[in-house]
Design a protein around this ligand. Sequence first.
Ligand SMILES: *Cc1c(COP(=O)(O)O)cnc(C)c1O
Length: 344
Amino acid sequence: MNIKKLVKKEVAGLRAYNAKEVPCRIKLDANESPYGISGALKAAGRISTNRYPDPEANEFKKLLSRQLGIKPANILQGNGSDELIYYLITAFGGPVLFPVPTFSMYGIIAQALGENKVPVGLDENFDLNTADMLAAIKKHRPKLIFLSSPNNPTGNCFSAERILAVVEASKGIVVIDEAYQPFSSERGFLPLLKDYKNVVILRTLSKIGLAAIRLGYMIGHPEIVEEVNKVRLPFNVNSLSQAVAVAALGDTKKLRGFIKGVVAERDRMLGKMSSLAGVTVFQSEANFILFKVEDPAGVYASLLKAGILVRDLDDVVKGCLRVTIGTRAENAAFFSALKKILSK
Ligand SMILES: *Cc1c(COP(=O)(O)O)cnc(C)c1O
C-alpha cells in the first residue's frame, strides 16, 4: 500500500512542524517566558480526574470577561491559539491572506485544510504594505486575514492606520493576533470590536509564563464565536489547564511583574545589542529580538556551542536570528557569547 498516494495532496506537501528538542543550557528560541507560575499548579490538585472538563471553560471565561470588560459570549477558548487558527480556517475557509514574514501557522494550517493562501510582503520597515494589501484584498476577496501585531518574527507592531485600512477594506474577517500584546507599549485592538463586527482578537497565555498548559482565546462578535464554536472539539481545553489558568490569571500582580521584568530586559538588550559592531538590531515590542548578522548559520552554531539556543530565521528573513528575552543572567550570557563570537 502506498501511503504517499493515499494522503491528501495538500498534506503530502507539508512537513511536520519542526519542534525537535535541541539540548542546550540556555533556551532562548521559542518566545517562552523565563518565569513559570508554578504556584498556580496547586489548583490542579483540586480537579476530579474521572470527570470530563467543563466544555465551555466557564470559570476561565468569566474571569477574562471581568478583566477585559467584555461578555463571556465574546470569548472562545482554544488548546493554544494555534487551535483557534485551525478552527477559524475550518469554519470560514479561504482564501487566507497574511503578510510575510509572519507566524508560520497561518500558512501551514490553511494548506493542511486545502484552502488557498495569499501571502503579501511587508514593506522595508516590516510594516503592512497598504497598497499591496488592498490590491490583494480586492483581487482575492479573502474570507480571513491574519495580522500578528506585534509581529512574529519581526517584533514590531503594524501601524494602527494601516491595520484600520485593511479592516475597512475587508469583506471577510480580520484576525488580529495579539500573542505579544502584553509586551507592547501600544494599547492593542480590543476597542475596535465595538465598531467592527469583522474583527477578531487572538490572545494566548503561552508567552506570559503558561506555555505548558496550552491555552489561548479569541475575542469577537458573538455570531462569529457561535460559528467557530460549531467546529470546536467538545473538550478541547482540559481540566488541569482550566484550573491552572484561573489560578494564574487571578494573580495579576505577579503576572504583571513578570511581564514588566521581561520588557525592561528587552529594552536593555536592544540598547546593548545595538552597540555591537556586526549586528543590525530591529526594534521590538515583543519578548524577543530579531537581529541580522553576516553569517547567521555560523553565529547560530557558535552560540549553541556556548550552550545558548536561539532561532535561525535565515530562510524567513535573510541573515536573521531571533533571540527570546530570558532572565537577566541568561541575557548576559547570551550577550557576552555573541560579543565574543562577533569579535573573532
Ligand atoms: C506563539 C504564537 C502563537 C501560538 O500560541 P499558542 O497559544 O501557544 O498556540 C500564536 N500567534 C503568534 C503570532 C505566536 O507567535
